[in-house]
Design a protein around this ligand. Structure first.
Ligand code: NAP
Length: 302
């Protein structure tokens, strides 16, 4: 009969990262900074090599298969469309009990089925943050969209915390909608802001465009997150149909993508204002009709 030595420290998990991209290099750096042993990070391109050398010079750059074979917890930080193939490829060196984590928002546990087939344990851990792959990412906290079996729950939450995240559990079946929500909010916000900035620069605002937009947009974002639809102000919330019509006419000379985005967002805004009763149905119908009118062009079409 053997007895475990009292208080024998368990060997700490050894971590490995495949993909020294924007996310992988930051994951490796944060693991290393937290004192977790990182056996290696893989990088193929010069850009990835440089990111690894800059953000986490203490961690050796090694072939992906060596990293996968030598770690206990393997993080796959590769593009969404490469994930399944990379997991298939590395499954030949994985062993039962190893943990394989991916950082994709849209993928669930299915993407790691090649790993689970050989007895590895799967975790999806998506940092709800935009990464640049530079030092500015290292201090940022964010939510971590987690999906895993109950048996991996503690490990997933520990990893999320080490990476500076707040765990948020997402059902496997909901991951695509979860990721669509974040992309719609964050990625399309970038386009919306860029279009607003272009319009201001078109009237000569130059660098002042940011001065005008920053406090307004920061307040709108804070209010929207705190108050929801009740945060809405502006001509649609007031039912100022002539102002909306004037906007559509003024945008006729702008790139069609800007005008189309304005009209689509204005329809959506009208629908939401009508749904919560702040806009009466008759005014909402007039607004919708005004948005669909052909604009009266008064200048050169850009
Ligand atoms: N960027 C973000 O803001 C962000 C935020 C949250 C989650 N994510 C998710 O994190 C994952 C990685 O995104 P990312 O932005 O870090 O991508 P990325 O910057 O494009 O980096 C991808 C990395 O994967 C490597 N790679 C590509 N194909 C590979 C293969 N077949 N074998 C081994 N390595 C391979 C690339 O290596 P080489 O350059 O050497 O070819 C590169 O280092 C994605 O699932 C993404 O959805 C991204």
């Amino acid at each position: 009969m053997t007895h475990p030595r009292p208080h024998a420290p368990a060997r700490p998990h050894a971590y490995g990262v495949v993909g020294a991209g924007r996310v992988g290099s930051v994951v490796a750096a944060r693991l290393h900074a937290a004192g977790r042993p990182v056996v290696g990070i893989s990088a193929r391109s010069q850009a990835s090599l440089l990111r690894a050398r800059t953000l986490v010079p203490e961690v050796p750059v090694r072939p992906a298969a060596d990293v996968a074979a030598d770690c206990d917890v393997l993080v796959l930080a590769v593009p969404d469309d490469a994930l399944v193939a990379v997991c298939e490829e590395l499954s030949t060196v994985l062993r039962p009990g190893q943990v394989v984590v991916h950082t994709s928002g849209r993928h669930g546990l299915d993407a790691l089925s090649a790993a689970t087939r050989v007895g590895a344990r799967a975790v999806a851990l998506h940092p709800a943050m935009t990464f640049t792959g530079s030092a500015v990412d290292l201090g940022r906290g964010c939510a971590m969209g987690l999906t895993a079996a109950d048996t991996e729950r503690a490990l997933a939450e520990d990893l999320a915390a080490v990476l500076g995240g707040t765990p948020v559990w997402i059902d496997d079946a909901d991951r695509v909608r979860y990721h669509a929500a974040l992309s719609h909010g964050a990625n399309h916000l970038v386009t919306l802001v860029a279009q607003a900035r272009d319009l201001l620069q078109g009237i000569g605002a130059g660098a002042e465009a940011a001065t005008i937009l920053r406090p307004l947009l920061e307040a709108a974002l804070d209010n929207a997150l705190d108050l929801g639809d009740a945060a809405l102000t502006g001509p649609i919330a007031r039912g100022d149909v002539t102002t909306v019509r004037a906007h559509v006419d003024a945008l006729a000379t702008e790139p069609s993508s800007t005008r189309d985005a304005y009209v689509a967002m204005a329809h959506a805004t009208t629908e939401r204002a009508a749904a919560d009763g702040r806009l009466d149905p008759a005014t909402a119908a007039v607004l919708d009709a005004a948005l669909d009118e052909r604009p009266r062009v008064s200048g050169p079409v850009r």
